[in-house]
Design a protein around this ligand. Structure first.
Ligand code: PRP
Length: 206
């Protein structure tokens, strides 16, 4: 049996569709109820939905053998997992954004609001800029509007959140997409099963 951690939400639906096309369907997952575990004994697969940012924890600790997590989460938390495939969905970017017309003053310590401390710190260290990180858990775009920070480091997908708040991208840090990941021990002990899933998912990529 393979335990699969799927990210809840829009991305998760797309991910499950890929597993279904790969031949690992589990019809009960489409039923509208509060169940959290969905098993197809015949296919040897058990799915469960978790918060997207928790997938890597389940996989790292072996509660899930495999799962799908955003590259943002993998870069930020550096979990001990194998990254097997770029699934080419959930595409967005990690970027620095600031109020429209923002002019940087390089001599000053930059105040950066973000959920992604490690990514932000790594980026600014790479360009030798001193920063003061303000860790927030959501609605990051509010910070520069209220003077809490100068800029933000956040995910930009369509750009509509930035646009609606008179912010714009100042710097692209890294492209993000969903990655198929595996627990390291599971990868050894369930190598055949995991390789089969990997190949079936890879077959759907352009
Ligand atoms: C994410 C991200 C941006 C927004 C970007 O927020 O933090 O706010 O999506 O998407 P867009 O470019 O298509 O507008 P999320 O909805 O996950 O909520 P959050 O504010 O809790 O981070």
């Amino acid at each position: 049996m393979l335990n699969v951690a799927l990210p809840k939400g829009r991305l998760g639906e797309k991910v499950y569709d890929m597993f279904e096309k790969a031949g690992y369907e589990c019809p009960s997952i489409r039923e509208k109820n509060r169940k959290l575990l969905f098993t197809n004994e015949e296919k040897g697969i058990c799915y469960f939905w978790v918060k997207p940012s928790d997938v890597a924890i389940y996989v790292e600790r072996g509660a899930a053998d495999i799962g799908v997590a955003g590259k943002d989460i993998l870069l930020e938390y550096e979990p001990e997992v194998y990254e097997l495939l770029d699934l080419d969905i959930g595409k967005c970017m990690m970027a620095v954004a600031a109020p429209n017309g923002y002019i940087d003053r390089p001599q000053r310590t930059l105040r950066v609001a973000t959920k992604f401390e490690r990514i932000a710190a790594g980026y600014y260290a790479s360009i030798g800029r001193d920063i003061d990180i303000i860790h927030l858990n959501g609605s990051i775009e509010l910070a520069p509007l209220l003077g809490l920070s100068d800029v933000i480091v956040d995910i930009v997908e369509t750009g509509s959140t930035l646009k609606a708040n008179n912010l714009s991208v100042v710097e692209r840090i890294v492209d993000i997409s969903a990655r198929f990941i595996a627990n390291k021990a599971s990868y050894e002990f369930k190598k055949n099963e995991i390789s089969r899933v990997t190949a079936a998912l890879a077959g759907q990529l352009g």
